[in-house]
Design a protein around this ligand. Sequence first.
Ligand code: GLN
Length: 558
Amino acid sequence: MSEAAVKTRHPKGLWVLFGTEMWERFNFYGMRAILTLFLVNSLMMKEEDASLIYGGFLGLCYLTPMLGGFVADRFFGNRNCILLGGLMMAIGQFLLFASASVFGTNISLATTLMWSALGIIIFGNGFFKPNISSMVGSLYPKQEKSKLDTAFTIFYMGINLGAFLGQLICPIVGDVKDDAGIRDIHAFKWGFLAASIAMLIGTAVFYVLKNKYVVTPDGKPLGGLPSKNDASDFEEGESQKAVFSQKALIIAGIMFLTLGAIIHFVFDQNLIYTLIYSSGLTLAGLIVSDTSLTKIERDRIFVIYIVAFFIIFFWAAFEQAGSSLTFIADNQTDRNFFGWNMPPSMVQIFNGLFVVAFAIPFSMLWDYLRSKDREPISPMKQAFGLALIALSYFIIAHNVKDLGNSGLLAIKWLILLYLIQTAAELCLSPIGLSLVGKLSPKRFSSLLYGVFFLSNASGYALAGTLGSIMPATGDKFIKAKELGIDLQGILDKTVTPTAEQLKLLATNQISDHNPVFAGFEIHNLFEFFMVFVILTGLAAIILFALTPFLKKMMHGIR
Ligand code: GLN
């Protein structure tokens, strides 16, 4: 083999991790496609509540990786945690399958099964996700770390290939409507079963191939039990673990409770959202309070924090995909796609598809700009990401403006939205992951990844809150009309509903008032989307303005 081929060749283990993660993301994103529709249509929840559950669930999925990383480092090792997490997620999906099988006869059992399933998936994801990502990094010896950016780009494609397949298969089998547009609310179970099978395949792939391929270049196993890990010479010499004094930990405990009380009682957030927000802030505070940090290290950590803060708004806007955007695709969209009526939950597929298509061109673009010495620094790329997501919502806001409560949005606008959001994601998400790696002092690296994931988690929690302020979509007006109720009049407060009408609306999961956000009433979808334009647009402008300062604080890192 030529020298150039050796230089660019990636270890076979990368493809094992690629395949494992692909099946796992199939399971995760396939379920995400149909989850909120299942909650609303089968478990009879209001869209507002489904959005809040969805945000809390996703947020917790990004809180538990802290635990999964810790357990792997101290006790079980990466490999066991991946297997355990994979099995837990497969069981969780199977419980969703059970829930979706029994809801017709026993809704309370179905609801209990659903909660247990989400709980198990949250912990399964926590064991799986951080460990598979960190194994990608450890496949490469010190002298080959320069291949990491490409390795992560390949891995990111595996993630999205899985997301694409999951969002294709689960909606086809699980989100079924007849020719008259009536949904088969008993079909969701097949989507969850497909997700469960995908996760079992992923776990089996990893179980069978790990010993042969997930190894160091000289064949030593990677990610075994921490006590037996003889691959330590493979890591860089420097101390890997942060050690905090007892005093610092006690102060952090007090801070966690105080912040929690403020977030819960003053900002009126539910307990799950409170847990996510206050864990992130406390961990961030604990790390910078460490007295061993030098000025340069501390400056760089602050850059991570500032970027992590802005990223919250990105994920809050991006993660409307599984809730409000899916409800809109379901209720107020003409989904005719080249003559085929696409299932509403499948519309999110365009994100995964576009990532697979554009991940490599984007990394080539950065390489090209770097060769011309014109590559923007990472926070600048992230500000672009925020600006692009603001643009995507601006375009959609203008397209829903004149729909009223009965017009349909053309599917092409949602496809365009996902195209722009994917470009935004590629400016921000992989770049963020590698920025944390570059800026973190080695001993705090995994904890800083923890802070970074907690900012993702906070973004998801905020996504839940924002999704829940979606105003009534077309289907609600049609249903109200069938019931002989003037919903628009009630929402505009020009008609006073009778007690009987209020009851009818409630049993049909229709709200009798417009949602309110930060003191503003949201009257229609235009105003709803403009909330995202303003939040992410402002975030983009402020981050752009901050980049010269951030550049200084990064001390030579880009
Ligand atoms: N879509 C990516 C994944 O599933 C990134 C998600 C994130 O970082 N919040 O891994």
